[in-house]
Design a protein around this ligand. Sequence first.
Ligand SMILES: [Zn+2]
Length: 272
Amino acid sequence: MADALDSAQRDRYSRQLLIDSIGEAEQRTLLTARVLVVGAGGLGSPVLQYLAASGIGTLGIIDDGTVKRSNLQRQVIHGVDDVGDPKVDSAAEAIEALNPDVTVEKHPIRADTDVIESLLERYDVVVDAVDNFPARFLVNDAAQLADVPFIHGAVYKYEGQMIAFLPGGPCYRCLLPSAPDPDVAPSGEPMGIFPTVPGTIGCLQATEVLKYLLDVGEVLDDQLLRYDATDATVTRTPLERDPECPVCGPDGIESLDGVDYSGCCRIEGKSR
Ligand SMILES: [Zn+2]
């Protein structure tokens, strides 16, 4: 039996505990949950802030970057004094200042196959807050193989998209089997981003994480949500499992061995 909430926790979380479907048991579920956030940038900032504020007990952060002045326009978990510091340190300090109930596990490393496989075993949910195709494909594939929910988000200029890829449902490669050719769509290059768009998409991702952990509402796992800030429209497009998906299809990969997570992330003999 989990410990009861203490008086400070009852006070801290009182506004969410006033919601009918969230009681002390559900709050304990959040306090014992472990969520891995890959990337502490534009999407990772709101994801980490809201998950920390809501009382997720353990937040893992993977990011090997340092805070740059050009990040501050949208990466709101970092401040001027953090410029030059590792993003995992800056984010961890902000989370510690926000909620002492949260334990931060810092992973100041680049996600590779060994790292991601061993880390995923230890988390309940993984959040896609990366800014490049290779890392997104790697985390998707590893999450699929490990049956860990993968909450996808991506942004570009005025637009963003979001969906929760749950075990048994479609995966990111059902949507996009391999990355565009780097000559067509450079990955990891600086790109224009309207400052609030990652905030919007990151909040949606954090919401889906909480809904999944609390088993409330309907997690958005079968439609891709697209948001266009220019005219404030949200559209949802149905997404089904692709029987020829190179990862979750019947002939999909059984391990990450041999998959080249550079460039287009194509899977030999499996990509269409
Ligand atoms: Zn798939």
